[in-house]
Design a protein around this ligand. Structure first.
Ligand SMILES: [Fe+2]
Ligand SMILES: [Fe+2]
Length: 377
């Protein structure tokens, strides 16, 4: 039974009532008339998705977003800390099937985070109208650039041939299993790019689907599957440099998902009628499609046959992750799959340990607060 029980709304394009501006102490801003555009910047909108450019941080309407920003700052890492020195020797001793797997993974990594960064700028920042939330998105944008740099360094290290490097960047057009995933992402980017303001319920519904798609399907399934291959290889004693950097990327992506889901939860509190049966059906269909995309990628990656990991298990892992995403969204789980990858359970503990050892020794910067890997493997 779904936790989303709000009634269906009638008429997808019904206008949304004008927001009620939150009160701002008049004394802060000189009395008298304030030009309209400035006034709309001062006033807190009634709801997070109300159009505008709110600049007011006090009183802070969404302190949780500000805390997420602060937590992200504490987790700063750099690509230069990643030691790829043993990876090149590992590549030389890998089987052809394992090398095919890593070649396809690198080709996916070459553009994956850039796609997420573009959606953040083109579609998310524009519509999430709270300065503290936009601070978090600014930090996320930096982290996506860091991930792009990490995978660029990976590509330069793993692929010495210049023409082959270039081919990796065109993989979203030339390799069918990657092209299908890219097309899925681009379709959801394009779906709301024409929206400058979320003035109607249908606009907001479309925005929510984009946000949920990038968090639950792209970061939460496509990237998680990629991390699983990396940790599988590490469980075989391979590519420790890639796995070391992946620990940090994984942590960042978990935080990105947590932020996006918190935005969804906030909108749901503010506008519960947006969360109806139609939205739920669309989310479930989106997850099904993402699993199908990632499964055909797995069929390509594992085409050579690699002992210890199979397409069937990978699909089970995707279904397990999809159930986690549904639960986070307050929806009933659908797939009933268990995590088939025992090596990920060990990974969970190891990452936390390594993370702290590394941070303390590298920076002497204390990481305060509770450490939690919110996203279950
Ligand atoms: Fe990323
Ligand atoms: Fe991300």
């Amino acid at each position: 039974m779904s936790a989303i029980t709000a009634p269906l709304f009638a008429g997808g394009s019904a206008p949304i009532p004008a927001p009620v501006p939150a009160s701002v102490p008049a004394s802060v801003f000189a009395s008298g008339s304030v030009p309209g555009s400035i006034a709309s910047s001062v006033a807190r909108p009634a709801r997070l998705l109300d159009p505008g450019m709110c600049l007011t941080l006090r009183p802070m309407a969404y302190p949780g977003f500000f805390e997420m920003y602060r937590a992200a700052i504490k987790n700063t890492w750099t690509v230069e800390e990643v030691d790829f020195s043993t990876d090149v020797a590992d590549l030389a001793r890998m089987t052809p099937a394992e090398r095919h797997l890593i070649q396809r993974l690198v080709a996916f990594f070459a553009t994956g985070d850039s796609i997420v960064a573009n959606n953040l700028v083109l579609n998310l920042y524009k519509h999430i109208n709270a300065p503290e939330a936009r601070m978090y998105l600014s930090r996320q944008l930096y982290e996506e650039a860091l991930h792009v740099q990490f995978y660029l360094t990976l590509l330069d290290t793993y692929v010495p041939d210049h023409a082959e490097r270039q081919r990796a960047f065109s993989a979203i057009e030339t390799i069918p299993s990657i092209r299908q995933k890219a097309a899925f992402c681009m379709r959801w980017i394009d779906a709301i790019q024409h929206l400058d303001r979320l003035d109607t319920r249908e606009h907001r519904r479309q925005f929510l689907l984009n946000l949920i798609c990038f968090a639950a399907c792209i970061e939460g399934l496509f990237f998680f599957a990629a991390f699983a291959y990396v940790y599988f290889l590490r469980s075989r004693g391979l590519l420790h440099g890639l796995a070391g950097g992946t620990n940090w990327v994984f942590r960042d992506e978990s935080a990105h998902m947590a932020f996006a889901f918190e935005v969804v939860a906030t909108v749901r509190r503010e506008e519960p009628t947006l969360f109806d049966g139609e939205l739920e059906r669309d989310v479930r269909a989106m997850l099904d499609e993402a699993i199908a995309c990632e499964t055909q990628f797995a069929e390509d990656l594992l085409a050579g046959g690699i002992a210890g990991i199979s397409v069937h298990e990978l699909r089970g892992y995707l279904e397990y992750c999809a159930d986690q995403r549904l639960a986070t969204l307050g929806l009933a789980k659908h797939y009933g799959a268990k995590n088939p990858f025992g090596f990920l359970a060990l990974q969970d503990v190891q990452e936390v340990t390594n993370f702290f050892e590394r941070r303390v020794s590298a920076y002497q910067v204390g990481v305060e607060g509770e450490v939690a890997f919110d996203a279950a493997f």
